[in-house]
Design a protein around this ligand. Structure first.
Ligand SMILES: [Zn+2]
Ligand SMILES: [Zn+2]
Length: 275
C-alpha cells in the first residue's frame, strides 16, 4: 500500500502546496480522500487521475476539502469511453453538494454532449452518505468510517483503510477524539492535519486564531499517534504553511510526544508500506 499526499496546503492559495487531498494506492486501486485545490494536477504528477479513482471519500464539507470536486466529475466523464460512475462516500449533506455541482456543470454537460457524437452519456456520481460508524468492503479491502470532532462542523468523518494486513488512517480535520482513536489502533500510517498553535497565537489574527478551536495541533496529533501505537505520523494540511527549512522544527514538536516515525508532508510526499 502507498500513501501519496496530493495536497499538503492550508485553505490559503500557496504556490507550492495544493489544497488538502490524499491518495491511497491499494490492491483494489486508487482511493482518493478529499479533493482540494489542484488535486488533479497533483494526481497527474502521481500518474493517477479522475478516471483511475475507485472511489472518492470526503471527510467533511468544508470548501477547502472539495473545491475541485467539479473538476473530478467533469474529467472522469469527458475523458471516458463508456459510462463510468464515480463512487463518492461522504458525510450527511454530500448528496446536496453533488447535486449542486451537477447543476453548476449543466451548461458544460450540454455543450459537450451536443459536440461529441461518441459521448452519449452524462456524468453520474453514486453518492453514499455515511450517517454513522460504517465498514465498507471495496474490491477486497476494508474501509472503516467513524465520526470525528471538528465542531461546529458536523458531521465529520475519519477513515481507516485495511489492505492485506496493512492499514492507513485519514484523520481529516479534527481535535483528538474517541472516534479517531478507534480508527487509529496499531495503524501503520496516520495521515493527520495539523496546525502550529505557537505560530498562530504569535500572529494574533482573530480569523486565524479561530482555527485553533477545531484542529489538532502538531502536539495533539503526536499524542493521538502515540496513544494508539501508530507506526508513522504523516502531518499534512499544515497551518500556517511551514517556512522553508523549518520541517525539522515541526517534526521536533511531534517527536517529543511520539516515539514512531514523523514525516512533515510536502505535495507528493509518498509513504510506502511494505507487505
Ligand atoms: Zn475543516
Ligand atoms: Zn481543512
Amino acid at each position: 500500500m502507498e500513501v501519496v499526499v496530493l495536497g499538503s496546503g492550508s485553505p490559503l492559495p500557496d504556490p507550492d502546496r495544493a489544497g488538502p487531498s490524499t491518495l491511497v494506492r491499494t490492491g483494489a486501486g486508487d482511493l482518493l480522500f478529499d479533493c482540494g485545490r489542484g488535486v488533479l494536477m497533483r494526481a497527474a504528477a502521481a500518474r493517477s487521475g479522475a478516471g483511475a479513482f475507485v472511489a472518492l471519500f470526503l471527510t467533511h464539507l468544508h470548501s477547502d476539502h472539495l473545491t475541485d470536486l467539479n473538476d473530478i466529475v467533469t474529467m472522469r466523464w469527458a475523458t471516458s469511453f463508456a459510462p463510468s460512475p464515480l463512487r463518492l462516500f461522504g458525510p450527511t449533506g454530500t448528496g446536496r453538494v453533488v447535486q449542486a455541482v451537477g447543476e453548476m456543470l449543466e451548461a458544460d454537460i450540454g455543450y459537450r454532449l451536443s459536440h461529441h457524437a461518441d459521448l452519449g452519456w452524462r456524468p453520474v456520481t453514486e453518492v453514499t452518505e455515511i450517517g454513522g460508524p460504517t465498514v465498507l468492503e471495496l474490491n477486497g479491502i476494508r474501509v472503516t468510517a467513524a465520526f470525528t470532532d471538528h465542531a461546529p462542523v458536523r458531521p465529520t468523518l475519519g477513515f481507516r483503510i485495511d489492505d492485506g494486513g496493512r492499514s492507513v488512517v485519514i484523520a481529516g480535520d479534527t481535535v483528538p477524539c474517541s472516534g479517531l482513536d478507534g480508527l487509529c489502533a496499531d495503524a501503520d500510517v496516520l495521515v493527520h492535519t495539523a496546525v502550529r498553535r505557537d505560530l498562530i497565537e504569535g500572529i494574533g489574527l482573530p480569523r486565524l486564531t479561530d482555527v485553533l478551536d477545531y484542529h489538532s495541533s502538531v502536539e495533539d496529533a503526536a499524542e493521538t499517534a502515540e496513544r494508539n501505537r501508530v507506526g508513522t505520523l504523516l502531518l499534512t494540511h499544515l497551518v500556517p504553511a511551514p517556512e522553508p527549512g523549518t520541517d525539522d522544527e515541526w517534526a521536533g514538536l511531534a517527536t517529543a510526544r511520539f516515539g514512531g516515525r514523523v514525516i512533515v508532508a510536502n505535495d507528493l510526499t509518498t509513504v510506502t508500506i511494505d507487505g
